[in-house]
Design a protein around this ligand. Structure first.
Ligand code: NAD
Ligand code: 2ZO
Length: 517
């Protein structure tokens, strides 16, 4: 059967997705297609420096190899994005909104296959990956809504003169992402960037290179100009080429503090604005008047999503002494019941950590905690599922540490794994002092039934994202970002629009020019 030419690209794209869907059970997916994307299609980098393997954390299996991009490929992506920016930035907010809504619709329609691939590449449970993909399309919908509302101010001046402000796009923005929320981070950056009229080049973490290119295909299918959203794969060197490129207007980075410092230094050389979403070691404060069941649920949410690999996790759990025993007993009981295993199974709630080396690093923190006097109340050891195909996966039992002190490494440093440290406290003043005694400032939470105390405590917390009587929920309407060494700039919410646009003031004289000369 002959097909209309216009249907051919659509069907070949669908073919790509269908082949993903067919290979969706653990241990069966093989990487076949290029993972870079520019000028509207998947490409191999012209100057791939070397190739690296992509692993499936659930099985430890190599799923394929992909090429790291060099300077020439980065430049081609920038040129492609620059050309698209010229078209896209001239569109009205409403026109951009329609395209973003269509992209959100496609993500919703394909959410199961995207979530499946995210699970295969990251190791998190399919249950959670579905939530991540829901947050992703909601993010596009939210910024589609804001795109049409971008407006300036009108300011009256003497003698009928006036001024107005225009909120304008920045140009080609770079997004550099971490591996814990691969698709969601790409959406959190690209949705506000595109809504404001920018182009974006996105570099995923080399550990999770698979899903960003799906987002690129979806944007193309939704109708963005060819080249508007490009993907370049690679590690530090590729990231550096992007940050240093003279035609890049802004860098939005999600990752660790040490890399954030390098990004800021590189951006400083080009006076480029940066958004830094960095690590954390956040406090969760549980007062004795809390509803115990809610506090326990909150502590589990604050520590064990995505195998504990979450930047804003409340890993320092301060518990008021009166309820220490009851809280600890219940939290340990619940932690022991968490179902670990094949992340693609419906009832799994904890999958595999991202890599063998990361698993060993997390286990190393637990060994050190024991040496420093902490008591392992549960978990903290490698886990080998019964299913033989999972025997080389990167699993561990979620861990609760008791007998913790503020000076222990496990309490001071970001572990980025399923490890909760419980710390007793007596008074509000004392716990606030201890909670803020950290260089990080990403998030914080409080559980109490005393409404005045709840607001007083979060007002005193030195953190950008605070929760009262809940933890780690993330509606896209809420600005998200850190204080102190956890970074600056905000993702999500209306606030993110400011970080992807610049303000122009236009002063209009309606009379004659009065010169002082
Ligand atoms: N605040 C947030 O929103 C948030 C969200 C997720 C993760 N994180 C943080 O990310 C860290 C874990 O992620 P990670 O291990 O991928 O972080 P990482 O800093 O090692 O890498 C992040 C990204 O930066 C790239 N990169 C590395 N060196 C670079 C360089 N010199 N120049 C340019 N790019 C470079 C990496 O390839 C990757 O894409 C944790 O500290 C976590 O707290 C923060
Ligand atoms: C969706 N969460 C759970 C709030 C995580 C946000 C991204 C941080 O790593």
């Amino acid at each position: 059967m002959l097909l209309r030419p216009s249907l051919q690209p659509l069907l070949s794209r669908l073919g790509t997705f269908l082949s993903f869907t067919k290979m969706s059970s653990t241990g069966t997916f093989h990487l076949q297609q290029p993972l870079n994307y520019r000028t509207g299609s998947r490409v191999q980098p012209v100057d791939g420096s070397h190739s690296e393997e992509v692993y499936e954390p659930a099985t430890g299996r190599v799923m394929g190899k992909f090429l790291f991009s060099g300077e020439k490929e980065v430049d081609l992506a920038v040129q492609s994005a620059k050309a698209a920016f010229k078209i896209w930035s001239q569109k009205s907010g409403m026109e951009r909104s329609r395209v973003l809504l269509e992209a959100a619709r496609i993500i919703r329609e394909r959410s199961e296959e995207i979530a499946t691939l995210e699970t295969i590449n990251n190791g998190k449970s399919i249950f959670e990956a579905r939530m991540d993909i829901d947050i992703s399309w909601q993010c596009l919908e939210y910024y589609a809504g804001l795109a049409g509302a971008i407006a300036g101010q009108h300011i009256q001046l003497p003698g009928g003169s006036f001024a107005y402000t225009r909120r304008e796009a920045l140009g080609v923005c770079v997004g550099i992402g971490a591996w814990n929320y691969p698709f969601q981070i790409a959406c959190w950056k690209s949705a506000p960037a595109l809504a404001c009229g920018n182009a974006m080049i996105y570099k995923p973490s080399p550990l999770t290179p698979i899903s960003a290119v799906m987002l690129a295909e979806i944007f193309t299918q939704a109708g963005v100009p060819s080249g508007l959203f490009c993907v370049v794969q690679g590690g530090a060197a590729t990231g550096q080429f992007l940050c240093q490129h003279r035609d890049v207007a802004k860098v939005s980075f999600t990752g660790s503090v040490p890399t954030g410092i390098k990004i800021m230094e590189m951006s400083a050389k080009g006076i480029k604005p940066v958004t830094l979403e960095l690590g954390g070691k956040s406090p969760l404060i549980i007062f004795s008047d809390s509803v115990l069941e809610n506090a326990v649920n909150g502590a589990l949410m604050a520590n064990f999503l995505t195998q504990g690999e979450v930047c804003c996790n409340g890993t320092r759990v301060f518990v008021q002494r009166q309820i220490l025993e009851a809280f600890t007993e219940e939290v340990v009981k619940r932690t022991q019941k968490i179902k670990i295993g094949d992340p693609l199974l419906e009832d799994t709630r904890m999958g595999a950590l991202i890599s063998r080396s990361h698993l060993e690093r997390v286990l190393g923190f637990i060994t050190q905690a024991k040496e420093q006097g902490a008591k392992v109340l549960c978990g903290g050891d490698p886990y080998v599922p019964d299913d033989p195909k999972l025997k080389n996966g990167y699993y561990m039992r979620p861990c609760v540490l008791g007998n913790c002190r503020d000076d222990m490494t496990c309490v001071k440093e970001e572990i980025f794994g399923p490890v909760m440290s419980i710390l007793p406290f007596d008074t509000e003043e004392e716990v606030l002092e201890r909670a803020n005694n950290t260089t990080f400032g990403l998030a914080g939470g409080v559980f109490t039934r005393d409404i005045q105390r709840a607001h007083r405590v979060v007002a005193a917390l030195q953190a950008g994202m605070c929760f009262i009587n809940n933890y780690n929920i993330s509606p896209v309407e809420l600005p998200f970002g850190g204080y102190k060494m956890s970074g600056f700039g905000r993702e999500n919410g209306q606030a993110a629009m400011e970080y992807y646009s610049q303000l122009k003031t236009v002063c209009v004289e309606m009379g004659d020019v009065a010169s002082v000369f």
